[in-house]
Design a protein around this ligand. Structure first.
Ligand code: ZN
Length: 122
């Protein structure tokens, strides 16, 4: 296995440092004045909003379905959970797409979004 240069090690450790939580990304997308410490790509922040909103929808639909005894609402909750899977796939793919080009992928990682779109379409 090839030994990494100090610069490569620094690049790898820095990559992890910029990671923020889904909730923090959603917050930064929804507020006009985001926390300067949580500077995030807008596509990832948008996908984070989608993850948070789908999770909220599932919880509300399950509670409403149980309270009212409505099977239709429980079916809706199931539908929203499929949407949640798609938004999670989108969230991770846009983050991977923003990774800079490397030796294995000299043209960058943006085409991962096409793969994700195919998965979400299934
Ligand atoms: Zn790569």
């Amino acid at each position: 296995m090839a030994e990494l240069s100090p610069d490569e090690k620094a690049a790898i450790s820095h990559r992890g440092k910029g990671r923020t939580s889904v909730a923090a990304m959603a917050r930064s997308a929804l507020t006009d004045t985001p926390d300067p410490d949580t500077v995030v790509p807008s596509k990832a922040a948008g996908a984070a909003v989608s993850v948070v909103s789908n999770t909220s929808l599932i919880l509300l639909k399950v509670v409403a379905g149980i309270v009212t005894g409505s099977v239709a609402l429980l079916t809706e909750a199931l539908h929203s959970s499929i949407d949640l899977v798609a938004s999670i796939v989108a969230f991770f793919s846009v983050r991977m797409a923003d990774e800079p080009a490397d030796d294995d992928h000299p043209y960058g990682h943006e085409k991962i979004e096409n793969v994700a779109a195919g998965i979400e379409g299934c």
